[in-house]
Design a protein around this ligand. Sequence first.
Ligand SMILES: *Cc1c(COP(=O)(O)O)cnc(C)c1O
Length: 368
Amino acid sequence: MGGTEQKYVAEAFETNWIVPLGPLVNEFEHRLEKFLGTDHVVALSAGTAAVHLALVMLGVGKGDEVICQSFTFSASANPIRYCGAEPVFVDSESQTWNMDPEVLETAIKERKRITGKYPKAIIPVYLYGMPAKIDEIMAVAAKYGIPVVEDSAEALGSDYKGKKCGTFGKYGVLSFNGNKLITTSGGGALVCPSAEAAERVKFFATQARENRPYYYHEHIGYNYRLSNVSAGIGCGQMEVIEDHLARRREIHGLYVRALSGIDGIEVHDNPSPDFNSNFWLTTITLDPEVISTTPDELRLALDANNIESRLLWRPMHIQPVYSDSPYYGGTVAEDLFARGLCLPSGSSLSDADIARVVETILSSVKRR
Ligand SMILES: *Cc1c(COP(=O)(O)O)cnc(C)c1O
């Protein structure tokens, strides 16, 4: 928290705007729009709700397929099933760890050949804040006329060639869950392509109530709008977002400097100046030919020193719940999952904290 959040929450109480919607929701949306350099942002109750409503807007339903990056958190893919549709998972490329544009095209052609129709949407993800090869992904999507829903939940503030992540696709998903760059305790947003689309998203997010004096419904609706109280926290967070962003990048820089000379440890970094990650989390991979310690052994060694770390996301195509879903690609994501670890990266960590993490890593890894 930056300090002003409570002021806005108090404002919600003083004005008695405790219900969903209210002036702070509009204000939070305006601040997000200004930050992203875009229009038509709709604040929602979660990033997962944003993915779901994007698919609802695109008319995804029973019998449809949606292509999704396999290397991600389950919330990128689960809304496909909420819609009664089937996910088709695609592997990552090793530079950004995100959707491989070549595998994407193969998957599109194969699904057309097998099912007779094109997938209804494409969901690339910006894992740990790293932009994907979004120009290439957008080009493939345009070639087949398939809309893109960017899962930018982890990448608020990241940019590709100077343009903010979340503003490339037809829809862009943001999350303000407790662990993300900024938080509203729980919340999300959908970046929409037009004012009409944004109005329609708000309609679906507030139970799809038609404009009549009584409750009248022609569509299935959802209760997905952000509350005015949560938006108050969001308004305060937008005043410190640049500080959070700068500190995440600084922390990544500290890890890079401390670990770059170490044989067998690689800190995941921007592959070229086109990519500008927010470094929501700094991640490393261990080379098993040099280091015999596995990522999970390193995680336990850190844990024994009261340092929390996490394994990378386990790809969706090797999750039991998605074992029947089609998968295209090789073993890039699986290999990263086997070799990688997320390091402590919170904006409030001190330089001394990072030094202690680095020391513990160096004293814990065993060399072959
Ligand atoms: C956090 C996250 C989400 C979901 O956001 P919530 O606000 O937690 O619902 C979706 N996709 C990815 C990649 C995420 O990390």
